[in-house]
Design a protein around this ligand. Structure first.
Ligand code: TYM
Length: 336
């Protein structure tokens, strides 16, 4: 424990809104796994964030547990790291309220994700959707986090987190550490296989556009084979080659090969060979995760035990920061 506390702190979270895509995996989860070796890591299933879209209660419960199982299936050790479900740690919602009062309406209105989501669902633009980045700031700031491994689409939320923390620290003295985003060089923005100028997303109505991490091998290969490319039939990274660039990024993430190495490997070969190799690499990359997930998902008792332990550990850290912030704001503190 003592040793763990000296390590730099990493926190990230993922919403349980469906099976994660290859984008979530390469942009975030894969880095979560790598960072677990060197840092004191806290990873959460962000179920509080998910109710902005009003899921069926039974679906939310099932998906939360599935996502939790997936995080452990990544190979994360629930004893060594802190793997928890956000709603089981009440400090998140408590700090979020405080931070709401230190966030300006204007800055929250400028969040592109808020603008996109409210355009897409004009019938349910709720206050939770608006305050969503502030809850995310609370998630991060509660743990005095050093690094936040995320995909490129979450960068703006990291910026607002830093702004809120700076403002609070400026008013009350040093309370929150300013976190840095950790965004991988490749994989930070995996694009749709059908419309490679758009981010790969699990809410895409065209299921051929995304790969779910639990897709079977056949489905993975089929989707990669039908990925949109171009008519040049030459594998290289370049402008106007969004489809090929995207597949190269995916291949590079799964194999560790550089773009130069990939160009050489497929020199003189067509897209057929290239796509087969990408498909195989993705299948191999996801195989251990799928096998481990299949083993874990039926062991509810174990998952609940891990979630309880995770919530206790998270709460231990979170309550320290929350107390500090509450004291600074001026709330009475009487030991219970
Ligand atoms: P979420 O659940 O949408 O996505 C989880 C992670 O996956 C990344 N990601 C991608 N990366 C590369 N290519 C893509 N196509 C792609 N799609 C998604 C996201 O950037 C993210 O890192 N608000 C967050 C969850 C959250 C959080 C936090 C994250 C809540 N609290 C605190 C970090 C810290 C979200 O909705 O991610």
């Amino acid at each position: 424990m003592e040793n763990q506390e000296k390590k730099k702190i990493v926190l990230s979270a993922i919403q349980p809104t469906g099976t994660p895509t290859l984008g979530n995996y390469l942009g975030a989860l894969k880095n979560w796994k790598t960072m677990a070796n060197d840092y004191n890591c806290l990873y959460a299933v962000a179920d509080l964030h998910s109710i902005t879209v009003r899921p069926e209660p039974a679906d939310l419960r099932r998906r939360t547990l599935e996502m939790y199982a997936l995080l452990i299936a990544l190979g994360l050790d629930p004893e060594k790291n802190t793997i928890f479900i956000q709603s089981m740690v009440p400090e998140h919602a408590q700090l979020a309220w405080i931070l709401d009062c230190y966030t300006q309406f204007g800055e929250a209105s400028r969040m592109t994700q808020f603008k996109d989501k409210s355009e897409k669902h004009p019938d349910n633009v709720n206050v939770g959707l608006f305050a969503y980045p502030v809850l995310m700031a609370a998630d991060i700031l509660l743990y005095q986090t050093d690094f936040v491994p995320i995909g490129a689409d979450q960068k703006q939320h990291l910026e607002i987190t830093r702004n809120i923390a700076e403002r609070f620290n400026g008013l009350y003295g040093n309370t929150f550490k300013l976190p840095e985003p950790f965004i991988g060089k490749v994989g930070a923005r995996v694009m749709s296989l059908q419309e490679p100028t758009k981010k790969m997303s699990k809410s895409d109505t065209n299921v051929k556009g995304f790969i779910s991490v639990l897709d079977d091998d056949n489905a993975i290969m089929k989707k990669i084979k039908s990925a949109v490319t171009d008519s040049e039939a030459k594998v290289y990274y370049g402008e106007g080659k969004d489809g090929v660039n995207n597949l190269m990024g995916i291949y590079s993430c799964c194999t560790g090969k550089t773009f130069d190495e990939i160009e050489k490997e497929f020199d003189g070969k067509g897209y057929g060979d290239f796509k087969t190799a990408v498909g195989e690499a993705v299948i191999e990359e996801l195989r251990p995760l799928k096998e481990e997930y299949a083993r874990l998902i039926n062991d509810k008792a174990y998952l609940y035990d891990c979630a309880k332990l995770g919530a206790e550990k998270a709460s231990y850290f979170a309550s320290r920061t929350l107390k500090k912030a509450m004291k600074k704001v001026g709330f009475i503190q009487i030991d219970k």
